[in-house]
Design a protein around this ligand. Sequence first.
Ligand SMILES: NC(=O)c1ccc[n+]([C@@H]2O[C@H](COP(=O)([O-])OP(=O)(O)OC[C@H]3O[C@@H](n4cnc5c(N)ncnc54)[C@H](O)[C@@H]3O)[C@@H](O)[C@H]2O)c1
Ligand SMILES: C[C@@H](O)[C@H](N)C(=O)O
Length: 367
Amino acid sequence: VLNAAKQALQGSGCGCQPLTVAVRHISFSPRQVTSDASFHSVSFSETDHPKVLITGGLGQLGVGLANLLRKRFGNNNVILSDIRKPPSHVFHSGPFIYSDILDYKNLREIVVNNRITWLVHYSALLSAVGEANVSLARSVNITGLHNILDIAAEHGLRLFVPSTIGAFGPSSPRNPTPDLCVQRPRTIYGVSKVHAELMGEYYHHRYGLDFRCLRYPGIISADSQPGGGTTDYAVQIFHDAVKTGKFECNLKPDTRLPMMYIDDCLRATLEVMEAPAESLSMRTYNINAMSFMPEELVAEVQKQLPDMQVTYKVDHVRQAIADSWPMNFDDSNARKDWGWKHDYDLPELVQTMLNFIGSDSRIARAN
Ligand SMILES: NC(=O)c1ccc[n+]([C@@H]2O[C@H](COP(=O)([O-])OP(=O)(O)OC[C@H]3O[C@@H](n4cnc5c(N)ncnc54)[C@H](O)[C@@H]3O)[C@@H](O)[C@H]2O)c1
Ligand SMILES: C[C@@H](O)[C@H](N)C(=O)O
């Protein structure tokens, strides 16, 4: 097997197409290059429901994605996993399993025992917490990703890894930022996400891995808390506006960043996972919905809650990160290739968030 791969590599000159073909036919896998590699591979028929594993599923996005996928594929076909203890309503809503992505054997056992066919890899340390703990971020975001890539390649999984507006840096064009341009981020989070994009695309070309990646903007959700990012203010404002009528913003009022309501983000994730491979001219796409500054978000919230008081106390770490990120995101390739279309602009986002959090806190007060 190794000789065949080597010959293909030497024969191809540039190491491109002939190698890819040879590798796909011989089930060559990166970590486990043995004759039993094909024994592990799962054949996934498009008529079957996928069996999905979500890593890092107890963060801001995972539970919402599990709910969406369970509606589509059935409750038992979507397994949430994390290293944290799930709250009772999550534990009782469908399959949950402990999984540390740094434990390769445990991951492999879960994939094999549950006949997983799709892997959605959400575990990560986000931009601000990553800067506070670079060594842990490097380990989870980079070493963890290597485990995920190898497991996915060895078992023939369709793999989704989210990237981010944070994969761009100060030398990238910021207004707008296209899919393909200079990427020199200055955070460990951004560096790890560029690494993930490149490694996923490399495994796709080298081993035939069905890797799919969307660069998410800042995601805004009502019933889940953000995990320590630069865009967190755009979630916090709604909770503080409803609960206290006061909000202290940690970014300057004129800091423009791309943002998206969670329902759009999760739908985009399902859509790109279901898109026919022929429709994907790339494996990593920008997606976007809106772009705003704190002062614009404040003005929109004040249309509903005119008494809300806002002060600004800048967090210099977050501000420096935000100042290096895209202001507007060009997602025209996603729109053209697989029909991406967002539903929520700023007014609908604000209305939806306030309705959700407002009714939640009315219920809490009544109990
Ligand atoms: N939320 C956003 O605004 C946003 C924007 C762009 C991209 N993304 C990406 O989407 C993904 C999900 O984001 P999120 O906001 O839900 O993140 P989050 O920080 O809220 O959750 C991440 C989860 O990963 C888990 N985790 C940490 N170490 C782990 C380990 N060793 N093994 C297994 N799990 C581990 C944590 O316990 C946590 O529940 C991330 O990859 C993130 O980079 C998020
Ligand atoms: C933008 C995104 O990757 C995340 N919300 C962060 O701010 O770190």
